[in-house]
Design a protein around this ligand. Sequence first.
Ligand code: 58G
Length: 239
Amino acid sequence: MKIDILTIFPDMFTGPLTESLIGKARDKKILDIAIHDIRSFATDKHHSVDDKPFGGGPGMVMKVEPLYRALSSVGAMRKKNRPYVVYLSPQGRQLGHALATEIASRKHVVLVCGHYEGIDERAERWFDEEVSIGDYVLTGGELPAMVLIDVIARFIPGVVKERASVEQDSFYNGLLDYPHYTRPAVFKGMKVPPVLLSGNHAQMDVWRTEQSHERTRRRRPDLLKGIQQKKKRTKRRIK
Ligand code: 58G
């Protein structure tokens, strides 16, 4: 998968995209991530990327010309083989498991990071989708872009070593994760649930499934409603 990031703060990406699993996936060429400085596409002598809003009001607005040129440079303006262009914005469709798998299925994605009060509205036509990571406003789209890259990277085969690890995670099956434990078996009197030390794998599976359901019922009952509806729909289809 190829990801092009358009930003006016390219340095913000170095840590999160060079360390850990994402860094390894880039080394292995599973993930091809390129970061582009929108400022380098400005043609005026001050390389300006923002300007005062028409009609007045507080703050600055990101200009369309440098962004247009940056988008052109990554192939977003061509007719054939256009990448999927995503603008990170609080007005977008809220990111979740479903949206993440959809974006992860694309071959080439362009992430546009805004700043200040946002981008000149005339840029909207160049975006295939606006994505929000939650109902809050941030100073820029860079952190949301990194969150999006991290969540989609986990769905690309080879990024997370074990497929089972991805498939067992919360939200894959619509349930919260079961509790995890590692050595020592007793720490300051706190014991690991005996079933996990029993060696009976069938029993352990039952226990974990029970824990997942119980946790989901207590903490996220809204998720269980979703599963019940899904079950009802497939039942109807079978009839
Ligand atoms: C209002 C405010 C509209 C994404 C700011 C547009 C981006 C939150 C999210 C903006 C973001 C999110 C300018 C700064 C987008 C622009 C950017 N804030 N919830 N801020 O995903």
